[in-house]
Ligand binder design. Structure first.
Ligand code: PMT
Length: 398
């Protein structure tokens, strides 16, 4: 999505500048052409050479540097941008922009751009809470500037509170979000992700290798496209995508309750979770002791959430997943039909780069009308985008 995009990254002075180096790396890795403008104070924290090396372009630091003005004037920098990012944005920078002040290269360029501007503030928590600062930030938000709020945590000044620059991957997600067309506005999507755990005793459980990556990628993409997203997730190590409401669950039973409790107004359900089919009949309250040479666990069937969703489908779009080790199309087609789905995403998990706990997937999309689409190996984010393209066609046809 960022391939070939022209991004201006404005860096103002704050200890969080070092994190922006990583953001620059993520942006260039995704194919963006990034031009950097640093305020004078930013140069005190990280040298322009670091940003120059990673961006492959000279860093712009001073409006009145004649040599820099000859190479590229600030107006054209602002003019060519698809997106302007300000990170970290200090209280001073936000204050100046909100007042229309343009007294250095950074503020002048922001003033001159017609591109969307993403502001990522970072500062002392008292400064952040200051009503004057908040008024400035709200004024900018009201004018259409995008704000990614700072997170809570230990701050460099010794305080603990809201003021930390979000993780570079979170800023990267916000960048993608700002640049994504909002074709899913008004669509309410419920996505399940990750494994479920079925407890045997307080220290053991039955589960599977699902990492949650596939479901989280779909949630991220849907949110970026403007959908309202509820993500019901089994245990994972993943960060909840910004703007997504995540409800964590452990067992299949819990997932069942949460899904059916949140179905009202849902237009699309996508079940990427790997739900355990069986659970122990009895859960031992105490840790089970190693006594007998052999141990037999009695298992009983979990509720099949997707089958029940198919029985109460109404006018929702229903998408399932099938992870198979053999006869991929046969098994997936059976599930599509039996569970009354509009679409099933079939992954042959014996293939390298497909299925559980990898960043890519190789899938076939089986439609209820019998069409089968074969997608090449691609990132789970790309699979998510392709899947949502199909979902939007189905949703609009309802
Ligand atoms: O999480 P990752 O590491 O990124 O891996 C992604 C994935 C491989 C887990 C995912 O792409 C995937 O294929 N998920 C479905 C796994 C599976 O094998 O499901 P199933 O064949 O057991 O079930 C078919 C469908 O019914 C699934 O949509 C499942 O969510 C649903 N189901 C299954 C059992 C059950 N009790 N309730 C359900 O709702």
């Amino acid at each position: 999505m960022l391939q070939g995009k022209n991004i201006v990254l404005g860096v103002s002075g704050g200890i969080a500048v070092y994190k922006v180096v990583e953001l620059l790396r993520l942006l260039t890795k995704a194919g963006a052409d990034v031009h950097i403008i640093m305020s004078k104070n930013a140069c005190e924290f990280v040298t322009p050479l670091t940003f120059q090396t990673l961006s492959g372009h000279p860093v712009h630091t001073d409006l009145f540097s004649l040599s820099q003005e000859q190479e590229i004037d600030h107006i054209s920098l602002a003019d060519r941008a698809d997106l302007f990012i300000l990170a970290p944005a200090t209280a001073n920078l936000v204050g100046k922009i909100s007042q229309g002040l343009a007294d250095d290269l950074l503020t002048t360029s922001v003033m001159a751009t017609k591109a969307p501007v993403l502001i990522v503030p970072a500062m002392n928590s008292n400064m952040y809470e200051n009503p004057i600062y908040q008024r400035n930030q709200n004024d900018l938000a009201g004018l259409g500037y995008h704000i990614l709020e700072p997170v809570n945590g230990a701050l460099a000044c010794g305080w603990d509170g809201q003021g930390k620059l979000p993780d570079p991957t979170v800023i990267f997600g916000a960048v993608e979000s700002v640049l994504t067309a909002k074709d899913m506005l008004g669509c309410h999507v419920l996505i399940t992700a990750g494994p479920t755990r079925e407890e045997i005793d307080p220290v053991r459980y039955i589960s599977n290798y699902s990492s949650g990556k596939m479901g989280f990628a779909i949630a991220t993409a849907a949110q970026q496209r403007g959908a309202q997203v509820i993500l019901v997730s089994g245990p994972t190590n993943l960060t909840v995508p910004t703007g997504v409401r995540c409800i964590p669950v452990i067992s299949a039973d819990e997932m069942y309750s949460v899904v059916f409790d949140h179905l009202e107004n849902i237009d699309v359900v996508i079940k990427a979770a790997a739900v355990a089919d069986y659970r122990p009949v009895d859960r031992s309250v105490q840790k089970m002791k190693k006594t007998a040479d052999e141990l037999t666990l009695d298992l009983e069937k979990n509720p099949d959430i997707l089958t029940e969703l198919g029985q109460q489908k109404e006018d929702r779009v229903l998408v399932g997943f099938a992870a198979e080790t053999e006869r991929l199309l046969v098994h997936a087609a059976e599930k599509l039909q039996k569970k009354n789905l509009d679409l099933i995403v079939a992954n042959d998990i014996t293939q390298d780069g497909a299925g559980f706990d990898v960043d890519t997937n190789i899938v076939r999309l089986l439609h209820a009308d019998g069409r089968v689409e074969e997608l090449e190996k691609m990132s789970k984010s790309q699979v998510a985008q392709r899947l949502l393209d199909r979902v939007m066609v189905l949703w609009k046809a309802k």
